[in-house]
Design a protein around this ligand. Structure first.
Ligand code: HEM
Length: 200
């Protein structure tokens, strides 16, 4: 694919990735966030953080299946969108749920295991977002890929966060589907699966 086509496609994906945020702003301005706007925004941003995380994890299997490095060119942007929605998710909870009170935040992180898992996931995302640029990649060399293996751990803690939240409500259908998707995407990294099913 020509580099101008890739840039155009990246721009299109960038604009598409902003649609969930546009939708929330539009609903907010038009009284459309429902009876519990904080819950609605927290849920929406959390869900999109997870969706972009799954998309990020899907890029390597797609590269192996198609023998095209094109997918890897999208990976950083998708990962950063996951972090972007996770940051909004965190800020809404910290600002609107905890009133920017750091002590209340720490208490909630300690008290509720699903919040502990969410915070752990967010903290694991931070070094990946900070080192996502080419400069840091060059600076860290081989250690960069080792550091970025953290995505496998944070994908599991994100699922645990979602699972724990829904287990209390006896509503595990959607989270089970996400767990299956993340599980399959992680299995694609296993040498046996990679060699047998993905590499041509
Ligand atoms: C500081 C870190 C985090 C905190 C404090 C936090 C907090 C919360 C809270 C309070 C909810 C419940 C919303 C409600 O039903 O009222 C929630 C749900 C959720 N969070 Fe997080 N979260 C954090 C990080 C993350 C991250 C990093 C992800 C994804 C990568 C994530 C994904 C989700 C998902 C998918 C839901 C469920 C949405 C639904 O009910 O449909 N969260 N989180």
């Amino acid at each position: 694919m020509r580099s101008s086509s890739i840039s155009l496609l990246k721009l299109l994906i960038f604009l598409l990735a902003l649609l969930p945020l546009d939708r929330l702003i539009w609903l907010g301005l038009n009284d459309g966030l429902g009876a519990n706007p904080i819950e609605m925004i927290t849920r929406s941003t959390g869900t999109w953080a997870l969706v972009f995380l799954c998309l990020t994890l899907a890029m390597t299997p797609l590269r192996l299946l198609t023998s095209s490095s094109f997918w890897i060119k999208l990976r950083r942007m998708l990962g950063l969108f996951s972090f972007f929605y996770a940051s909004l998710h965190f800020l809404i909870w910290f600002g609107l749920d905890q009133n920017y009170d750091v002590m209340a935040m720490i208490k909630d992180v300690i008290k509720r295991p699903f919040i502990t898992m969410g915070m752990l996931t967010f903290l694991l995302m931070l070094p990946l977002a900070i080192t996502s640029n080419h400069w840091m990649q060059g600076l860290l060399g081989r250690r960069w890929s080792q550091l970025h293996h953290l995505i496998y751990i944070l994908a599991c803690t994100a699922i645990l966060h979602y699972w724990w939240h829904k287990a209390g409500k006896n509503d595990l259908q959607t989270v089970s589907l996400y767990a299956l998707i993340v599980g399959l995407l992680l299995c694609c990294r296993m040498p046996y699966i990679k060699n047998k099913f993905l590499l041509k």
